[in-house]
Design a binder for this molecule. Sequence first.
Ligand code: NAP
Length: 306
Amino acid sequence: MPVASNPPRAPGATPLFNRLCLLGVGLIGSSIARVARARGDLARTVVAHAKTGATLDRVRELGIADVVEEDPERAVQGCDGVIFCVPVGAYAGLMAQVAPHLMRGAIITDVGSTKGSVVRDLSPLLPEGVHLVPAHPMAGTEYSGPDAGFAELFQGRYVIITPLPDSDPAAIETVREFWRRAGSMIETMDPATHDKVVAIVSHLPHLLAFTICSTADDLAEETKEAVLKFAASGFRDFTRIAASDPTMWRDVFLNNREALLEMLARFTEDAQALGRAVRWGEADYIEDRIRRGRKIRKGLIDRKQA
Ligand code: NAP
């Protein structure tokens, strides 16, 4: 659902890319296509590639890209910008296909939810003279596919950029400016810090949501009825998160394994401590935990990220 309009295009601003290729046109890729179309100063021409004919047909129908290309090798040819917008588990295979066809001087960036794996999978295949600047827009919904995108998705959201020590400064600045024009605020981090941060703020909450829904599903038939009937309590918010795309999230979990397992271990200790307080009637401890939750929520509202 649109939340705000994008910042107006600076009159006469030159498009950042002459020909921009989006590898993947789901929620994130199609939102980039839409914001590029709405503003006009991100790319002169947008080329879209996806895996299946059905998605390519839908992108044609929606009219959100200038060129729709079923062959990834052809899609990247002549492009000075390429954005990987596919599940992170597909990066290595796709990069192996497109690398020999990348234009010298092109900037390769991405939107993947993990960053250590992206550096691992893309940088060894990077041709001489092609620049890699990984990025992760901290924006999304539980929906997927080309119909799910909207131009305002990145408005007022953070984009974390994780440049490599030898990334070209001009390429980094182009990627920063790209996201600024899309309405985002930019943070820079190293990939390991990024992966730790998102493990706690995004990946662990998804793991918990998938688990709580599976646990509820395992309950006896009559309880399940009650679960659905009374879902308007806290459970409903978990089901929204748990509706997310299975392929995307499978890949995220498998490609941020260490950080996710570390956060899960810490969470499990803390959850057990709270359970122990419940068992032994430690009211102060319980109240303190609830107050900390409220404080975090207020902090998000104050930062306009709620
Ligand atoms: P999505 O809606 O499921 O779209 C994925 C797109 O990738 C589809 O167009 C799909 O094509 C294409 N694709 C998959 N495998 C491919 C392959 N081997 N070759 C070419 N195209 C392929 O996913 P999304 O939510 O946009 O996520 C895309 C990326 O953004 C992921 O890396 C994810 O981690 C990251 N991200 C997601 C969110 C979020 O909230 N969803 C937020 C921030 C970042 P078909 O439709 O033809 O299969």
